[in-house]
Design a protein around this ligand. Structure first.
Ligand code: FAD
Ligand code: UQ1
Length: 450
């Protein structure tokens, strides 16, 4: 059956096909599960995979479109985290506890939470399988599985995190270790890394460097610190306007940036980091550290890598303007797990959620998706404990700024927006499906000119 025919033949046929394979053993496994899973059906009009930023935002929007009882979210984690604040947690400016809430509290009321991990997608049969042995069918599928952290691809990790002087803002397990390493710093190299893979929030690996520098200044240790950013990339930032501003800061604050340097091993017992030179295969350099911040290699979630919905690199293969899957018209993707050619951020997810909402509403009415995503993404580049450069840009790496002032300048107002306004907006508006990004504000501030 073609994917289109599968949609046309309706959910009942799919439900039948899927229920046949749901044996008594699987039912009893389900019964051991959570209260929400006990009541769970096997078919939903809209099924959302992943209960992170994109998954919860879209579930809230879909609830308004089709009713809560017709929407379910598959998500294994008990806690939902606002990851962007981890940059400040790693620098001791915010508490980790404030970054998380119980998942149950962010699931839109009435929407089913299937507390399980997706282990297989079968878009030809409009079904997914979970690790609890369940098969769930859908009419429309939204994939929001995020990006996978691959610490184990670096020799010596993750076990190296058991040693002091090393941390990583990218994981809830290691972000407080960054703050500990900063506080314990005495004298020597403070090294910050950027891996040779796509990452989420490409600014975060260097934000913690600027914060560390500011911390060393504040505590009188700056003269004892040799601050090094070893990046796999060939530039400091992908948008010229902000790259120029960052270069100035790097020079002013006497930071060392080494390009095309990829972290391949951590000898945490000896406080040594090993880098390969990407321009000279086989050439490695060992640097000892007094503090190391690791940004891990990342990749598409394993469940997607081998799935029919993925492109050759493993990302969900969607149309870059509508977010509809290129091959399966009843499948959609949002956020870090997609191959949208823009920087992977929550700000991008916000903008995408508004577009995807419109796309799905038209597909539901058998109409052609109209609204076009321009690639909007944003990265608040925290350059100190009270300043931020607010980078905002589109698919063409052209600035797409909200405010009527030069956002490449460091500003206290933008720091306050990042540290205090954004978390409020995230928990209270975005996750409730009421924040589709700042495009409307941009129009107001620019008097309809952009
Ligand atoms: P996520 O929010 O990561 O959600 C993915 C969900 O899928 C998770 O809940 C996960 O448990 C679930 N999942 C995974 N596998 C499975 C499976 N097999 N079955 C079921 N569920 C599964 N963005 C900004 O806009 N601004 C910032 O300043 C910023 N700073 C950041 C700083 C740091 C240190 C980090 C780590 C991120 C930062 N981000 C920032 C990025 C932002 O957090 C992500 O881009 C955003 O959360 C992506 O949303 P998502 O829904 O695609 O993925
Ligand atoms: C944004 O929309 C967003 O998503 C909630 C973020 O993630 C935390 C951001 O960091 C930013 C900067 C935006 C953009 C919002 C404005 C008001 C410029």
């Amino acid at each position: 059956m073609t994917p289109l025919a599968a949609v046309a033949s309706g959910p009942r046929a799919q439900l039948f096909a899927c229920s046949l394979r749901l044996g008594t053993q699987q039912i009893s496994l389900l019964q051991l599960h959570t209260r929400s899973s006990l009541a769970a059906k096997n078919h939903y009009e809209v099924l959302v995979l992943g209960g992170g930023s994109g998954g919860i935002s879209m579930a809230a929007r879909m609830k308004r479109r089709v009713g809560a009882e017709n929407v379910a979210i598959v998500e294994p984690s008990e806690r939902h985290f606002y990851q962007p604040i981890w940059t400040l947690v790693g620098a001791g400016a915010k508490q980790l506890a404030a970054s998380g809430r119980p998942t149950v509290s962010v699931i839109p009321s009435g929407v089913e939470w299937i507390k399980a991990r997706v282990v297989e997608l079968n878009p030809n049969k409009n079904c997914v399988h979970t690790d609890s042995g369940k098969e769930i069918s859908y009419k429309y599928l939204i994939i929001a599985l995020g990006i996978q952290l691959d610490y184990e691809k670096i020799k010596g990790l993750p076990e190296g995190f058991d040693h002091p002087k090393i941390g990583s803002n990218y994981s809830v397990k290691t972000v407080e270790k960054t703050w500990k390493a900063l506080q314990d710093f005495k004298e020597g190299n403070a090294i910050f890394t950027f891996p040779n893979t796509p990452v989420k929030c490409a600014g975060a690996p260097q934000k913690i460097m600027y914060l560390s520098e500011a911390y060393f200044q504040k505590t009188g240790k700056r003269s004892k610190a040799n601050i090094i950013f070893n990046t796999s990339l060939g530039t400091i930032f992908g948008v010229k306007k902000y790259a120029a501003a960052l270069q100035e800061i790097i020079q002013e604050r006497n930071l060392t940036v080494n390009y095309k340097q990829n972290l391949i091993e951590v000898r945490a017992d000896r406080q040594e980091a090993v880098f390969e030179n990407l321009d000279k295969p086989g050439e490695t350099q060992v640097i000892s550290y007094e503090m190391l911040h690791v940004t891990p290699p990342m990749s598409s979630p394993d469940v997607l890598k081998t799935s029919p919905v993925a492109d050759a690199a493993g990302w969900v293969d969607v149309d870059k303007e509508t977010l509809q899957h290129k091959k399966y018209p009843n499948v959609f993707g949002i956020g870090d797990c997609t191959n949208l050619p823009t920087s992977k951020t929550a700000a991008a997810v916000a903008a995408q959620s508004g577009i995807l909402d419109r796309t799905i509403s038209l597909v539901m009415k058998n109409q052609k998706p109209m609204k076009k995503y321009d690639g909007y993404t944003s990265c608040p580049l925290v350059t100190g404990y009270n300043r931020v450069i607010l980078a905002e840009f589109d698919y063409n790496a052209q600035p797409l700024e909200t405010f009527p002032f030069d956002q490449s300048r460091e500003r206290l107002t933008m720091y306050l927006m990042k540290a205090d306004l954004m978390p409020f907006l995230y928990w209270n508006m975005m996750l409730r499906g009421y924040w589709g990004g700042p495009a409307f504000l941009r129009k107001v501030f620019h008097l309809g000119m952009s």
